[in-house]
Design a protein around this ligand. Structure first.
Ligand code: C5P
Length: 228
């Protein structure tokens, strides 16, 4: 298992959902559990890679994987950029918040106590950087790491899920896009997943699952190993 193209390579994986703080006790978050990213990290380590897992989640760390704990999109971005130069492969499995509160309030936001005061605060949001697109730009035309993105697409028709996936692969410019179908009862927090693997510059689609997230991870590495 420790033979093959990943042996001795440095793989950097992001996992989990970012948390964007509003005040010391509240944040904006999302339903990503981090399980698929951890499975990707575990599978890479089993193939002999040196693995850095940049994570917001608190799951059991796979053997041989080094972790960097982050919370916000900005911290995740900094960690990815810090490891960019030494990376042979980068996998952006994290669910990065597209928006964060414009202002952080360093004391707990309170409701009005006056009788009849039923006012509520308005929360203004600002855009977070698109880290995946930025990593691709950062690589430019130079030889750099293979970059893998994820896409969570809702929708019942597979054709529309793939169409959105293709457009996203084009827009983000990464080498591989793992498109997963999400819905209220699918994917999030589950041990199983169904994905479609799209490769830049190819019209081929590889469907994987429904299968354990580790099986999905191994299918991703089987494809990425052909690119490293
Ligand atoms: O645009 P969308 O969020 O659907 O793209 C998902 C992919 O982009 C994932 O790989 C995710 O990690 C990455 N992403 C990012 N920065 C963002 C939003 C998404 O790197 N602000």
């Amino acid at each position: 298992p420790t033979r093959g193209p990943l042996r001795g390579r440095h793989v950097v994986v992001s996992a989990g959902g970012t948390r964007e703080p509003l005040d010391p006790v509240r944040f904006l978050g999302n339903r990503s559990s981090g399980k698929q990213g951890y499975a990707v990290a575990a599978a890479a380590a089993a193939r002999g890679a040196r693995v850095t897992l940049v994570t917001t989640a608190d799951l059991q760390l796979p053997t041989g994987v080094e972790s960097v704990r982050v919370e916000t999109a900005q911290q995740l971005r900094a960690a990815m950029l810090e490891h960019f130069d030494s990376a042979d492969v980068i996998v952006m499995a994290a669910a990065v918040a597209d928006f964060r509160p414009a202002d952080y309030v360093d004391t707990k936001i309170k409701k009005g106590m006056a009788p009849g005061d039923d006012s509520a605060p308005e929360i203004r949001l600002v855009r977070n950087p698109d880290i995946l697109a930025e990593l691709v730009r950062h690589r430019g035309d130079a030889a750099g790491p293979v970059i893998v993105g994820f896409a969570a697409e809702t929708g019942d028709a597979k054709a529309s899920v793939l169409e959105h996936g293709r457009a996203k692969l084009e827009r983000k410019g990464c080498d591989v896009l793992v498109v997963n179908e999400v819905g209220s009862d699918r994917t999030f927090g589950k041990d199983e997943n169904t994905v479609h693997l799209l490769l830049q510059g190819s019209s081929r689609v590889e469907d994987v699952g429904p299968a354990d997230k580790r099986v999905i991870a191994d299918a991703i590495w089987d494809l990425v190993e052909t690119l490293v």
